[in-house]
Design a protein around this ligand. Structure first.
Ligand code: GLU
Length: 314
């Protein structure tokens, strides 16, 4: 059944989810391998739920800006498929979960085909970013920003250039990953512009409302909840939701799929989106992360809402 955000009961549940999440934020800390992210206040926590008619309900720090980080990997995958077709993109990347950390590169060396496992880990997302077309880096960057604006329904959405710079200066591991993939024949052309595009995508800045809207588009089979425009083809939505289930929550994806049961994606900026199919879009933000890179407060919010609103897909 579709969620009805008019009800007082739903509003109460969202507020309860937030206070439940608050109890756990002290067990996490912001990502510090990107120096700019380490400056975030770990006590922040917010949540937004968007129903399939575009009604929004929020609680806590839902207007706080954060960088999408890995959540944007979902958007860049959709864009790369739109521009190149499904078959081409999946010559560069696979669809299998790894069970490894998001920035791991061990399997890149040992694989026979040397293709990164899936588009949700860094290696896979960098390979996907290399497929995004345009005559220059600037045009490709603009195209990604425009696409993110369309999918979030926010025409003002932009890049956080401080975070972009911070990632570019310190992204040695991502640089190693792309060079290894270049040596393996996965990456065409110069590596640096592809890496810059990847950092741009990760540094897209949003709040819980923007992210809940995007999640609602995914939950709504690719249709904009307000305008009813088909933004993403159904076949592509089904594919990305599946990859979110199997690979969206880092090396916690299996347990999360079993216990929370919603197609979800998290990012080291502290955001998590969830797209319970045919129900609503949910976004949580809390920069205090656990050791796998998931927002501790955000995880608890998703757990709570899945149970209380009966959103588990099985
Ligand atoms: N920009 C981050 C990185 O490349 C993204 C990681 C994430 O959110 O999982 O390390």
């Amino acid at each position: 059944m579709m969620l009805d955000l008019e009800s007082v009961e739903q509003e109460k549940l969202i507020r309860q989810a937030l206070s439940y999440g608050h109890k756990f934020v002290r067990y996490g800390k912001p990502a510090d391998y990107i120096p700019e992210l380490a400056k975030k206040d770990p006590s922040k926590l917010g949540v937004a739920v968007c129903d399939l008619n575009g009604n929004m309900m929020t609680a806590g720090d839902c207007d706080e800006q954060f960088t999408m980080q890995s959540i944007a990997k979902v958007m860049s995958l959709i864009l790369a498929i739109e521009q190149n077709g499904f078959e081409y993109v999946f010559t560069k990347v696979g669809m299998e979960p790894t069970g490894d950390a998001f920035n791991s590169m061990v399997r890149l060396e040992s694989l026979i085909k040397k293709k990164p496992f899936n588009p949700m880990i860094n290696a896979g997302a960098i390979a996907v970013a290399s497929c995004i077309r345009g005559s220059s880096l600037e045009e490709r960057q603009r195209c990604c920003v425009e696409f993110a604006r369309k999918l979030t329904g926010n025409p003002k959405l932009d890049v956080d250039y401080e975070v972009f710079r911070s990632e570019k200066e310190t992204g040695h591991k991502n640089r190693a990953i792309i060079n290894l993939m270049k040596a393996n024949g996965i990456i065409d052309g110069d590596v640096e512009p592809h890496l810059d595009l990847y950092f741009t995508i990760c540094s897209l800045s949003a709040n819980c409302r923007d992210m809940a809207f995007f999640a609602a588009v995914l939950a709504n089979n690719g249709v904009n909840p307000n305008t009813k425009e088909q933004l993403i083809p159904l076949r592509v939505v089904k594919l990305v939701r599946s990859l979110m289930v199997t690979c969206g929550m880092y090396d916690y994806s299996g347990e999360y799929a079993a216990t929370v049961g919603m197609p979800s994606k998290s990012g080291v900026g502290g955001g998590i989106i969830a797209a319970p199919i045919g129900k609503c879009g949910i976004a949580a933000y809390g920069p205090a992360l656990d050791e796998k890179g998931n927002s501790v407060g955000g995880l608890k919010i998703m757990e709570f809402l899945s149970e209380k609103m009966d959103l588990h897909m099985f």
